[in-house]
Design a protein around this ligand. Structure first.
Ligand code: ADP
Ligand code: MG
Length: 712
């Protein structure tokens, strides 16, 4: 790897550094350099305003893209997409086509750029297609730059695409995200018109903070559970965890830093604006965050960040764990999803302004978010639901499964006053008069942070903190976009009615905001989300507490949600039901794989170690007795090992029996996993972890928590 800061003048170094950014992405900058002016203008129109592409433009762009890719060593191209597995997928095609008589031609036609046709039958579709109608199409997304994936033996051009069935139904994470961005765009522009602002486009901005662990490969590769499931299924608590808080923001170790620098370098080259890195709370846990971008791009980038972290880690002898809870008793990993709404002119609609009119606009948009979150707690919860994230949410280190909003003291007071029909309050909580002077100065930066809140206002954006570290950020943003679109729609209709009735703008806005605030009041919570009292209070307030994935996902295709998604053109009822099915299926399969892995680990690692030890102890007893020695210590130890073994074996047998039970209905299967298989896994783990603390280290074949978390 070459770093930009190597014996060059400041000016040269700056240029080098700047030129590195986006070098491997076919960005607008590259297009400008390589496309005829009118084609370039057409592309800008397509990318920024969704103008349709005709085939002659596509041919010219494809040709330029191919030439650029060849210059970067590419021999193939691949449509890159986001199936519902949560990972990305790609099918590679060579640029080379035979032309007969032993010759070949290198080309990329517009048609090939625009559309691909991978077989869709092996991707999760939740009943959307049977194998006889397996065709799926990938469709080029020009708004997300194509990029080069390098390999020492040749590179390829990856083209971001959407993935749909032959009937036009969404099979991926990108299609609904794009639809939801459009829905929000329409409603936000409509609302802005009422404030006298015309905007060509309003889009969602997303900045993701990714947490992850780096574990030495020599320990990782000895643990079948980490290899197969990405998390440890057993392992006793180490004597030292994160209690000393000595890792958070601590100095990054040399080898880890080398790995981070390499990963960041690669991400810069892809045009992914990585901004921050630091040690996280748990030992061997880290965070990486880019500067925010438009949601579609941010979601694609987020996948590339995860991929690059995984790949780079391997080259440095690490394994990158993106699982939400790799180690029991140690903080898990999340992904903070910072979300806001912005106009193409760069106006952040969740930024409190300097003038009363700006503040009214801010209050309007902010109230729409509160209304959306309150009304659709179930959807937000579901959008982050997975077997993995269940270990994290509500575990007193991550937000609880109860969705609430933290606004900060001042804003809370303002909304509370507006909810009561008062026009506004000042800093001291007193009611101010009407009119321009009456609007309070809004806090520009919320000082106090509440790390326990799942959904917090942080000055000019909302931060959704319940998102899982390994998941795609698309679905959570789909939910944010569509629910806020609905709230804006209702609030704009109400505002229009008031204005038509002759109410002055200021009064009308505050009236509408007040109503929304009144409706959403129960969702506002400023306190500690980890406490028992909050759980009780939330229940009294009637807030949902969807404790696990099954409970959450079961609500996905409800009447309310079906109507919402259909109305805003994000999911058809069939698509929504298919998502529900896929999520439940994934839950069931995940637990089933974990259960089977745990069974094998317990039988082939834990059991033999314990039996060997017991046999050693028995030998010692026999020999000691023969010498007339007191054997009480050995006997007590032997009894403990034997007791644990006698508990372990039936626990494994029970797990084995339960996990193999077949269920025709996916919801039933998922429930069964939750209610029977998970407890059976916990029972096995309890005895195994007990044995780990009894059996000598030399006989214990699995790397321990201490090895994995503290040794690099
Ligand atoms: P932290 O939450 O750790 O204090 P920051 O406040 O710096 O971190 O921001 C975290 C993330 O929020 C970054 O990815 C940043 O780019 C993103 N962010 C900042 N402003 C916006 C915005 N208007 N919309 C979406 N994301 C934003
Ligand atoms: Mg943050």
């Amino acid at each position: 790897m070459t770093t930009p800061a190597q014996s060059c003048s400041a000016k040269e170094c700056t240029t080098k550094f700047e030129e590195m950014y986006g070098r491997k992405a076919f960005t607008l900058k590259t297009m400008k350099e390589r496309l005829p002016a009118e084609v370039y203008d057409h592309m800008v129109d397509t990318i920024e305003r969704g103008a349709p592409l005709n085939s002659s433009v596509a041919d010219i762009v494809a040709e330029a893209m191919k030439d650029w890719a060849l210059e970067h060593g590419a021999t193939h191209f691949a449509h890159w997409f986001h199936p519902l597995t949560g990972n990305t997928a790609e099918k590679h095609d060579s640029f080379m086509s035979p032309t007969g008589s032993g010759t070949a031609k290198i080309s990329l036609r517009g048609k090939e750029l625009i559309q691909g046709e991978p077989d869709a039958s092996s991707f999760p579709g939740g009943g959307l297609r049977a194998t006889f109608e397996a065709r799926g199409y990938t469709a080029w997304d020009p708004a997300s730059p194509a990029f080069i994936v390098e390999n020492k033996n040749g590179s390829y051009l990856a083209i971001p695409t959407a993935f749909i069935s032959w009937t036009g139904e969404a099979l991926d994470h990108k299609v609904p995200l794009l639809r939801s961005i459009d829905a929000l765009d329409r409603q936000a522009r409509r609302a802005l018109e009422l404030f006298g602002i015309s905007s060509r486009k309003v889009f969602t901005t997303v900045g993701t903070e990714q947490e992850y662990f780096l574990i030495d490969e020599k320990y990782h590769d000895k643990r079948r559970d980490l290899i197969v499931c990405g998390r440890t299924l057993l392992g006793a608590k180490p004597p030292k965890g994160q209690e000393l808080d000595d890792h958070y923001f601590g100095r990054v170790s040399t080898r880890v830093l080398a790995c981070m620098l390499e990963a960041e370098h690669r991400l810069y080259e892809l045009g992914i604006p990585i901004k921050t890195r630091h040690n996280e709370v748990a030992p061997s846990q880290y965070e990486i965050a880019p500067t925010f971008a438009d949601a579609n791009l941010a979601a694609d980038h987020q996948q590339l960040i995860m991929h690059t972290l995984r790949e780079t880690a391997r080259e440095y002898g690490f394994r990158c764990l993106l699982h939400e809870k790799p180690f029991a008793g140690i903080n898990g990993s999340g992904k903070h999803n910072n979300w806001s709404v912005s106009t193409d002119g760069g106006l952040n609609l969740l930024e409190p302004g300097d003038t009363p009119v700006e503040n009214e606009r801010f209050l309007f948009f902010c109230a729409a978010v509160l209304k959306a979150v309150f009304r659709h707690q179930d959807l937000l919860r579901t959008s982050v639901a997975s077997a993995a994230n269940d270990h994290r949410l509500g575990a007193n280190e991550a937000p609880p499964a109860i969705i609430s909003v933290f606004l900060g003291d001042e804003l809370s007071k303002i909304f509370a006053a507006l909810a009561k029909g008062r026009k506004a309050v000042g800093k001291d909580g007193g009611v101010l008069g009407l009119g321009a002077k009456g609007l309070p100065e809004l806090p520009r930066h919320s000082g106090d942070r509440n790390r326990t809140s799942p959904f917090a206002f942080t000055g000019n954006k909302f931060e959704f903190r319940a998102v899982g570290s390994s998941q795609s950020v698309s679905f959570p943003n789909v939910v944010l976009n569509v629910t806020v679109a609905e709230a804006l729609d209702e609030m704009s209709t109400a505002l229009e009615a008031r204005l038509t009735a002759g109410e002055p703008l200021l009064d009308a806005v505050l009236g509408v905001v007040g109503k929304a605030a009144a409706e959403a009041q129960p969702i506002l919570f400023e306190g500690d989300n980890y406490t028992e009292e909050w759980h009780r209070e939330a229940e009294e307030r009637g807030l949902l507490n969807l404790r696990d994935t099954v409970a959450a996902v079961s609500t996905l295709a409800s009447e309310k949600n079906t109507q919402l998604f259909e109305r805003f053109g994000v999911f058809t009822p069939r698509e929504l039901r298919s998502r529900k099915e896929v999520m439940l299926e994934q839950y069931e399969t995940t637990i089933s794989i974990e259960a089977s892995t745990l069974e094998t680990l317990a039988r082939t690692n834990v059991l033999p170690s314990a039996v060997t030890y017991l046999s050693e102890l028995m030998d010692t007893c026999t020999k000691s007795s023969a010498m007339g020695l007191n054997i009480s210590g050995t006997q007590t130890t032997g009894r403990k090992v034997s007791d644990a073994l006698n508990m372990l074996v039936p626990a494994i047998d029970t797990l084995s029996e339960l996990r193999q039970k077949h269920h025709d209905d996916v919801e039933e299967g998922a429930q069964y996993m939750r209610d029977h298989v998970i407890p059976a896994m916990e029972a096995v783990r309890k005895e195994a972890d007990m044995l780990e603390q009894l059996v000598p280290a030399r006989l214990w074949t699995l790397p321990t928590y201490l090895d994995m978390l503290f040794l690099h």
